[in-house]
Ligand binder design. Structure first.
Ligand code: PLP
Length: 390
């Protein structure tokens, strides 16, 4: 029998045709299709501006630079994330620290954040930037985080790599209502793809032009932004040190075409989550818990072994499912336990909730093209594994 991956892109004939059309057009590098993708995605998430880049890691890096993070500054994020959410600070020469997670949602805990901020204020070690990560597609408690940002004077960058199309109580993730910048990823395992790709959305015109400039070497062609009068039609100025972090027209064409399917993608993911819940609720598992009032984009379906009800451990369950062709995964190894971060002084025990979560967590397959039968097969395999292992 075929194995079932944990995630997989869905690319149809319409997507292929859009990419071919871009390939045959006058522009291959950043051009009109990138601008259309920026406008369409921003509109979809309710943001004023969007800057498309080669991946979300680049978007995080540029966002930190646009907010002037540098040596001597601090960025705080969740330990339960992909390393990129923290690495962006290191690219800027800043220090990283983490805020432990809420064991109910696996997202950065606002109460823990509040305590840590009060402490940091006394010590004079407040962060310049906090990066909440909408883990698995479930939005963080942005109202609480934004209130703390106001009180303590830090900027918020939302890492919404898992959360294209997710919704808060009163707004869409990415609208800029609760943060300076929101970052999305279009890596093939995510909700929609552009091959590789990322976007930084913002409601702030100045931040937007900074992001646009940093994406292209720090160069401007806008006479109003130049130090000197233009010397002719060819003239441009490099105002600061930027990068070549541009998205191609091919990527944008795929992204735009995928964006047209986003509502279908989100709907199907929710159906799969509902089906998993109905099939798994009798097993000794903790199933995902979505806060009332918010809408998850269901990037991941994470189950946790319920230690109170079974002696089966995560490693054994992972191996048993792999043997049955159900290619489960684990999100995430706490970032502070990575050797690179241990070398910076972090240790086991620093963020106990993220570590406890990690010990029991498993991501079941979740992707648009999964059939109900695939979902049933995963649930059966999980149930059989418990039967064999207990
Ligand atoms: C995937 C991911 C990233 C990085 O995205 P890329 O587009 O691969 O650079 C950053 N943060 C989180 C939480 C992610 O899941």
């Amino acid at each position: 029998m075929n194995s079932i991956p944990y995630a997989r892109q869905y690319v149809d004939a319409e997507d292929v045709a859009s990419v071919v059309e871009a390939l045959q057009s006058d522009w291959l590098t950043q051009g009109p299709t990138v601008r259309r993708f920026e406008a369409s995605l921003s509109e979809r998430v309710g943001a004023r501006y969007g800057t498309a880049v080669g991946n979300a890691t680049q978007a995080l890096h540029l966002s930190c630079l646009a907010l002037e993070l540098g040596p001597g500054d601090r960025l705080w994020t969740s330990p339960n994330t992909f390393v990129a959410s923290a690495n962006c600070a290191r690219y800027c020469g800043a220090q990283v620290d983490f805020v432990d997670i809420d064991p109910a949602t696996y997202n950065l805990c606002p109460k823990t954040l509040a305590k840590k901020l009060a402490d940091a204020k006394r010590r004079g070690t407040l962060p310049k930037i906090v990066v909440p990560v909408h883990f698995g597609g479930q939005p963080c408690d942005m109202r609480a985080i934004a209130a703390l940002a106001e009180e303590y004077g830090f900027s918020v960058i939302e890492d919404a790599s898992h959360a294209v199309g997710a919704e808060l109580e009163d707004s869409r993730v990415g609208s800029g209502r609760y943060s300076r910048i929101t970052v999305f990823s279009f890596h093939p395992v995510k909700i929609m793809t552009s091959g590789e790709g990322g976007m930084a959305t913002t409601g702030d015109a100045e931040l937007h032009s900074r992001l646009q400039r940093l994406r292209t070497h720090g160069i401007t062609r806008d006479a109003a932004a130049m130090r000197s009068a233009p010397e002719g039609g060819w003239y441009y100025e490099q105002l600061e040190l930027g990068f070549n972090y541009r998205m191609t027209e091919l990527q944008a064409a795929l992204g735009l075409s995928q964006l047209g399917k986003l509502d279908r993608f989100l709907l199907r993911r929710r159906e799969i989550a509902d089906l998993y819940r109905s099939l798994l609720h009798d097993l000794p598992l903790v199933l995902p818990n979505v806060r009332t009032g918010v809408k998850s984009a269901w990037h991941l379906y994470v189950i946790k072994i319920d230690r109170a009800r079974t002696g089966v451990n995560r490693r054994a369950l992972y191996d048993a499912l792999q043997r049955k062709g159900v290619l489960v995964n684990v999100h995430y190894i706490p970032v502070h336990l990575q050797p690179y971060y241990r070398d910076l002084g972090f240790r086991r025990g620093d963020f106990p909730e993220a570590e406890r979560y990690y010990a029991d967590a498993l991501s079941l397959p979740m992707y648009f093209a999964m059939t109900d039968e695939d979902v049933r097969r995963v649930a059966r395999a999980t149930s059989d594994a418990f039967g064999e292992l207990h």
